[in-house]
Design a protein around this ligand. Structure first.
Ligand SMILES: Cc1cc2nc3c(=O)[nH]c(=O)nc-3n(C[C@H](O)[C@H](O)[C@H](O)COP(=O)(O)O)c2cc1C
Length: 176
């Protein structure tokens, strides 16, 4: 069975992006899903001085190995001030010091959601522009605006948006 790692770019215990990721993986029933939480990969803030002194922390190696050993990635990025959350960027920075081709060409469904009307469009754009330099294979992207209105009872309530997500999931399945 093919292995998918799924996670949110957030360290919030109530992360709306994690909720979206969980919902998305419910359509990937023929796959082995490993739902990850950034809180389980605690890392110090990246510093070149710390790296020189202590090397790269084990948790960065662990997460990178999970990507390396997966067949595909489902990731939903939370947006803080138009960009990645500190927690995600920090993990990304540490991992990129081990391997600049951080995503190993694994097919990726890249998403974002936020309570606002842009649905994390800025962080999604930042990632779409940057991740390919790290060997990401973004096969589909999806943004869910106004999470509070559009996501109810653990699912996307808006039919049109739900259909867009289904197409994105299909694209991921087809590339695995
Ligand atoms: C410091 C901070 C900055 C934020 N900046 C943005 C932003 O630029 N755009 C946006 O849509 N939402 C922004 N938000 C709201 C987040 O989208 C919201 O907190 C969301 O729940 C984050 O996703 P998460 O629950 O998966 O962590 C911000 C929230 C915080 C705490």
């Amino acid at each position: 069975m093919k292995k998918i790692i799924a996670f949110a770019g957030s360290n919030s215990k109530q992360s709306i992006n994690k909720q979206l990721v969980e919902y998305t993986t419910s359509f990937l029933t023929d796959f082995s899903i490993n739902l990850l939480d950034l809180n389980d990969f605690d890392l110090p803030i990246y510093s070149i001085d710390l790296e020189k002194k202590q090397g790269i922390p084990e948790n960065a190696h662990k997460f990178l190995n999970l990507i390396r050993n997966s067949d595909g990635i489902v990731l939903s990025l939370a947006e803080h001030n138009g960009s990645y959350t500190t927690a995600f960027k920090n993990l990304f920075d540490w991992m990129s010091r081990i391997e600049s081709k951080t995503f190993f060409g694994k097919p990726m469904l890249l998403m974002a959601t936020s309570p606002g009307g842009r649905g994390g469009a800025s962080v999604l754009e930042a990632a779409v522009n940057r991740f390919p330099f790290h060997n990401a294979d973004i096969v589909a992207k999806f943004s869910l605006p106004m999470f509070g209105d559009n996501f109810k009872d653990c699912k996307i309530a808006n039919l049109e948006l739900n259909n867009v997500l289904q197409e994105a999931v299909k694209a991921l399945k087809n590339s695995l």
